[in-house]
Design a protein around this ligand. Structure first.
Ligand code: AMP
Length: 309
């Protein structure tokens, strides 16, 4: 009998992060784009994970993902060290500087999809070398929707490979600075126009505490961020947003413009929890009721009843 494929395939980094936050610091925090996205997406649907970790990656963290319905058949444990990233945040917790990136086991990683993963209908190509994102895509048969994330490191370092990737995806999810860097336009509307001509039919621009914008060439949609009093660690918020968004779409098997708008609101609600603790601590404990509560609050942020002007 043929195995049923997971609804959503996720590829990305699994990492140890060293974080310098305004009032504290933390070392060896389990992170990485695929880790955050998988935590978030598994709130909504079964996930197939494709990534590599080194001998030093804790079993307990993999078991926690497996307990959430993340299929680890595509996870390789290679000899060597896990990917490592170090970053320092400014006092505003918005701007950050990458202090160090060590690819380690990712440098020689060649993703090989388990047979069942090749029929995944939804694919999230998390932030990692664009060649690896392309290699994964080459092995998926007929995906209904391909979403991709990337970051300044690859925009600067691998512009041609990134251009090749952009021609093959449906939705690009990047932050505002990355959209500017990729397009060469400071104005975000101009940047979006430019990026939509490079391949993806839809562009989602994450603006941190200022929300997210969706461009599809015909219309623009805006979702505010959830206003939070205590932001502890923004690392992984973007990956959490993309994971929840993709997981929601895969669960509902809907790629319509309306579904994408709803998915952005859901991604915003889940990401708001990510930043309230270091690493995935809070994400691992979320319930559907938590998410619904924040969604309702988010909707009420924009509710207004005009009688007259
Ligand atoms: P975000 O805050 O959503 O941009 O994601 C931060 C996560 O991305 C961290 O957990 C890092 O381990 C991971 N990361 C940082 N740089 C890279 C990179 N060049 N490639 C892949 N993952 C990265």
């Amino acid at each position: 009998m043929k195995d049923r494929p997971p609804a959503l395939l996720i590829v990305g980094s699994m990492a140890f992060d060293d974080l310098q936050l305004p009032t504290t610091s933390a070392r060896n925090v389990v992170g990485g784009s695929a880790t955050y996205s998988s935590y978030a997406a598994s709130l909504f649907c079964p996930v197939g994970l494709v990534a590599v970790v080194g001998e030093d990656f804790p079993d307990g963290d993999l078991e926690a993902l497996a307990r959430r319905g993340v299929d680890l058949a595509g996870l390789e444990r290679a000899s060597g060290k896990t990917f490592r990233w170090a970053g320092r945040y400014d006092a505003d917790l918005v701007s950050r500087e990458t202090l160090d990136t060590q690819l380690n086991v990712f440098a020689d990683f060649r993703p090989k999809l388990p047979r069942a993963f090749r029929d995944c209908p939804y694919v999230l190509l998390g932030n990692i070398h664009p060649d690896l994102q392309i290699e994964v895509l080459d092995q998926v048969r007929e995906p209904k929707l391909v979403l991709a994330d990337t970051m300044n490191f690859w925009i600067e370092g691998e512009p041609e490979r990134l251009a090749a990737l952009l021609r093959r995806i449906h939705v690009l999810v990047i932050n505002e600075d990355e959209a500017r860097q990729l397009s060469g336009h400071h104005n975000i509307v101009k940047a979006a126009k430019d990026i939509l001509q490079r391949g993806p039919a839809r562009l989602i621009v994450k603006r941190g505490e200022y929300g997210a914008l969706l461009f599809d060439g015909e219309s623009t949609f805006f979702a505010p961020a959830y206003p939070l009093e205590d932001v502890i660690d923004p690392t992984g918020a973007g990956d959490t947003f993309a994971g929840a968004l993709a997981g929601y779409l895969a669960k509902h098997e809907d790629v319509s413009p309306g579904a994408l708008r709803r998915a952005i609101m859901v991604g915003t609600a889940v990401a708001s929890y990510c930043v309230e603790a270091i690493g995935t601590a809070k994400l691992g404990r979320l319930s559907p009721a938590d998410i619904t509560g924040r969604l309702q609050h988010l909707q009420s942020l924009m509710h207004v009843a005009h009688d007259e002007i």
